[in-house]
Design a protein around this ligand. Sequence first.
Ligand code: NAD
Ligand code: UGA
Length: 465
Amino acid sequence: MQKITKICCIGAGYVGGPTMSVIANKCPHIQVTVVDINQDRIDQWNTEDLDQLPIYEPGLKEIVAENRGKNLFFSTEVDRAIDEAQMIFISVNTPTKTYGKGKGQAADLKFVELCARNIAKVSKTDKIVVEKSTLPVRTAQAIQNILDNTGDGVHFEILSNPEFLAEGTAIDDLINADRVLIGGNETPSGQAAKDALSAIYENWLPKERILQTNIWSSELSKLVANAFLAQRVSSINSISALCEKTDANIQEISRAIGFDSRIGPKFLNASVGFGGSCFQKDILNLVYIARSFGLQEVADYWEQVIIMNDYQKSRFAEHIISTLYNTISGKKIILYGWAFKKDTNDTRESAAIHVANALMEEHAEVIVYDPKVTESRIYQDLDYLETRSPEENRRLLTVAKNPMEITTDAHAIAILTEWDEFKDYHWEKIYAQMLKPAFVFDGRRLLETDTMKAIGFNYYKIGQS
Ligand code: NAD
Ligand code: UGA
C-alpha cells in the first residue's frame, strides 16, 4: 500500500481549514498544504494574530499555532501543491445553483469541475483524488471522465470521503468522529486507495469507525445523513407549533420521546428554524436528484422538511409582529444573535436573516448584536436578499458592539442564536432599561420562563404557550 506523505487540499473554507489542521496535527509525518484561489482567505489563515483566522471554531487556533509552518501550510500556489501531492482533497464550495437548469435546487458543480480540470492539467504522477465536498450521487463519474480524458496518461483513483463535522464543534467532531466514510471503486487500485486514506485516519481513530463502501453509497450517504438530521429539526419544530396551541411543552415532549432508545435524545431542540450552509442546500439537491429520476413522491416527501423550516422562521417573525399589537413601525427591536448556531461566525442561511428581513418589511428599527459576526457580514446577508436597497438596509438596521446599552427604550428583544453569554446577561437591568411592557421572544429556548416572568418580562419561548 502506498504510504502517503504529501497531501493537498483545494479549498481553505470551513471544511478544508479545520479538517486539514487536524490531519496535520495527528499525522506529523504528512506534509499538508491547503490551497485556495482567494488570496484574502489565505492571508487570514497565515495571519500572525490567531484571533483573525477566517473561521472561528473552538480549539482551531491552538492547532493552527502548533502545526502551521511545520507540516501545515496555507498557500495560493494551487498548481504547485497539486503537482507535489500524492493525495488531493477537493473541498470547494458546492452551493445551490442560481442560474440555468436546476436553478434553486441542483448543486452548482462548477468549482469542482474547475478543480478536476486543474488536477488533470498539472499532474505528472499518479494521484488519489478525494471528494471531500458534498456532491450529488454519481459526481465521481463526471470527475473520472474529466481526469481520464485530459490527464495525459496519469492514473487517477477517485475516492468519496464526505465530511460530517458540524460547525462550532468541528475540532471535536474531527478528533472523535462517530465514523469516517470512504467510498471507492471496487477494483484492486480502488481498494489500495481506500486503504491509503484509511491509514491516515487510523493515526487517531479506531479502525472499526472507518467504513468502506462503494463510491455511490458514500456520495449518497452524505446527502441522506443531512436530510435525516434536518428532518428531525423540522419534525420537532412542527410539533412546537402544536404545543403553543395546546399548553403542551415541547421540551417535555422532546424528553419523553428521546428517552426511547429507538428515537434518541439528540437533534430534538425546537428552534426558530435550522440554518447553515448545508441542510437546505443538500435537501434541495436530494429533491432535485429524486425528481430527475422521476421519483416525484420521494422528492415531495423531502421538500416538506424545507417547507416546514420556512414556516417556522416566518411563524416566529409573525408572532413578534402580532404580539406587538400588529404595528412595529418605528419600534426598537433588538436581535441577540445572527450566526446560524452558537460558537461559529458562519451566518449562511441563518434564521436571523429572515426574521430581521420580516421585521424590516414592517419598518421596525432593528438593532443586532452577535459576539462573533462582523457588521459587514450582516449587511452582506441582507443585501443578498435584494428585498430593498443597501441604503435602506443600513437605515432600518444597525449593528451594535455593546449588548446592554442598546436595550435602552427597546420594545422587544428576540433571541436568535443560542450563545451562552446571553444566559448570563443582567436581565433585571435590561428590563429596567426597556419600555414597558417589555417583551422577550426566545427563539432558542435559552432562558428560564419563571425567572424571566418574575423579572416582569412578557416572555415567549418557542414551543410553549
Ligand atoms: P467554503 O465556502 O467555506 O470554502 C470553500 C473554499 O473553496 C473557498 O474559500 C473558495 O475560495 C475555495 N475555492 C472555490 N473554487 C476553488 C478553486 N477552483 N480552487 C481553489 N479554491 C477554490 O465552503 P465549506 O463550508 O468549507 O464547504 C465546502 C464543501 O464541504 C461543500 O461541499 C459543503 O457542502 C461541504 N461541507 C461543509 C460543512 C460545513 O460545516 N461547512 C460540513 C460538511 C461538508
Ligand atoms: C450539519 C450536520 O450536523 C453535520 O454533520 C454536517 O457535516 C454539516 O451540517 C454539513 O454538511 O454542513 P451544521 O450545519 O454545521 O452541521 O450544524 P448543526 O449542528 O447540524 O445545526 C444546523 C442547524 O440546525 C442550526 O441552525 C441549529 O441551530 C439547528 N438545530 C440543530 C436545531 O434547531 N435543533 C437541533 O436540535 C439541532
